[in-house]
Design a protein around this ligand. Structure first.
Ligand SMILES: Cc1cc2nc3c(=O)[nH]c(=O)nc-3n(C[C@H](O)[C@H](O)[C@H](O)COP(=O)(O)O)c2cc1C
Length: 166
């Protein structure tokens, strides 16, 4: 199976998870690439695509990339986000993916927390409507941590099982 791990990462959190995902895929037929240098996705049997949640959403660059993936391709998405796992500001991007990737075979999704850059936290903390989120996001300061990376490895196992049998 030829597998691509493509990711967007501005401050390194998603890259760290992408590297862990890549390392835990057994075998030789795999590549790890920032998504803006992926020459094409047609040759791969399975694509892991990762990105940071931004403004509750899939970043536009990532949406553009997903729309280049041939119909019916097996994909798995992973994110990092400052919100608590399962929180609305973390999962809304997954809901959006169901629409953007509706012609793809989405085998699963995985989200891990990632520390949020200080400049954003400081800017948002000036706005009362964002203060609650800033307090929540500050508690992501140690993420992604070893437990997140362990969960990422479990995610890979699950996806590979589905990819082989579906
Ligand atoms: C402009 C901007 C918007 C963000 N919006 C959200 C958000 O809506 N929800 C969330 O959980 N985290 C949000 N975050 C936090 C990032 O998703 C988080 O820090 C992520 O781990 C960054 O990944 P990276 O290091 O790979 O760039 C935002 C960060 C930035 C810079």
């Amino acid at each position: 199976m030829k597998i691509l791990v493509a990711y967007l990462s501005e401050t390194g959190n998603t890259e760290k998870v992408a590297q862990e995902i890549f390392d835990s895929i057994p075998g030789e037929g795999k590549e790890l690439l920032p998504l803006d240098v992926v020459p094409g996705t047609g040759d791969y049997d399975l694509i892991f695509c990762g990105f940071p949640v931004q403004v509750h959403s899939v970043p536009p660059k990532v949406e553009t990339f997903i729309r280049t993936i041939p119909k019916g391709k097996k994909v798995a998405f992973f994110t990092t986000h400052g919100s608590l796992r399962g929180g609305e500001r973390a999962v809304s991007a997954f809901h959006q993916l169901a629409g953007i990737g509706k012609d793809l075979k989405i085998l699963g999704t995985f989200g891990a927390r990632g520390k949020v850059k200080m400049a954003l936290l400081d800017a948002l903390s000036q706005k009362p409507e964002h203060r609650a989120w800033v307090d929540e996001a500050r508690t992501a300061a140690t993420h992604p941590d070893d437990a997140d990376l362990q969960d990422a490895r479990e995610f890979v196992k699950d996806i590979l099982l589905k990819a082989r049998h579906g």
